[in-house]
Design a protein around this ligand. Structure first.
Ligand code: G3P
Length: 216
């Protein structure tokens, strides 16, 4: 399973990348706004900087919701760097645009996916990644991890090549459950990635080893 970081914060991207386990980055308009990135030039420069930090797929989301707008925006984003993946919302014109990008050799990440039916459409259109938002599904009283397992089963039966990118991850446990359920990628906040490190017995064991090392 690949690890992406779900942020536009450059310090956090650098920290995760320095761990040596990072395969890519996902961003969205909310994450970009949180970092105070404003205006077309600043947005383009921010994506360029992220591409210079991480050698992997970098998802950059379009703001348009009509076919022509999505394609025009996606072309500009794709021109920033070869690793840019155009992130497109799961709407009718979005599906049409994903197919256009697929036919023109541009990788896409189909975002805002909340059902197996939407995941089938994304795969049919040739999306490189499909992004089910598992935390937001949990928030609504359904089981996000179950959706990952359902999509993994469908993609396996049907031979779809689209990679399942579990998004809206809220905890280290989400990452583990998504790995079990067959996610190809987890895109996570830095805290959830670092949460995987934690175990009290590791801390207790290390303290004892360090204490005993003094006796050697
Ligand atoms: O990048 C999309 C997704 O990961 C958003 O997560 O926490 O806003 O539901 P969240």
């Amino acid at each position: 399973m690949k690890f992406f970081i779900d942020t536009a914060n450059l310090a956090q991207i650098r920290e995760a990348n320095d761990l040596g386990i990072l395969d890519g980055v996902t961003t969205n308009p909310s994450l970009m706004a949180k970092e105070g990135v404003k205006g077309n030039d600043a947005i383009m420069n921010h994506y360029k900087t992220i591409c210079e930090i991480v050698d992997g797929d970098i998802s950059a989301e379009v703001f348009s919701t009509d076919f022509d707008g999505i394609v025009a925006e996606g072309k500009k984003l794709h021109a920033i760097h070869k690793n840019i993946v155009v992130k497109v919302p799961m709407i009718k014109d979005g599906v049409k645009a994903i197919k256009w990008f697929t036919d023109n050799g541009i990788k896409t990440n189909c975002t805002l996916v909340f059902s197996a039916g939407q995941a089938i459409l994304a795969a049919k259109a040739g999306a490189a990644y499909v992004s089910p938002f598992i935390g937001r599904i949990d928030d609504s009283g359904w089981d996000g991890v179950e959706l990952i397992a359902q999509i993994a089963n469908i993609y396996s039966i049907q031979g779809f090549k689209t990679e399942i990118l579990a998004a809206s991850i809220r905890s280290a446990l989400h990452i583990i459950k998504c790995a079990e359920a067959g996610a190809d990628v987890c895109t996570c906040p830095l805290d959830s990635i670092l949460g995987l490190l934690k175990h009290p017995l590791t801390d207790i064991g290390l303290a004892k080893f360090l204490e005993d090392a003094k006796k050697m």
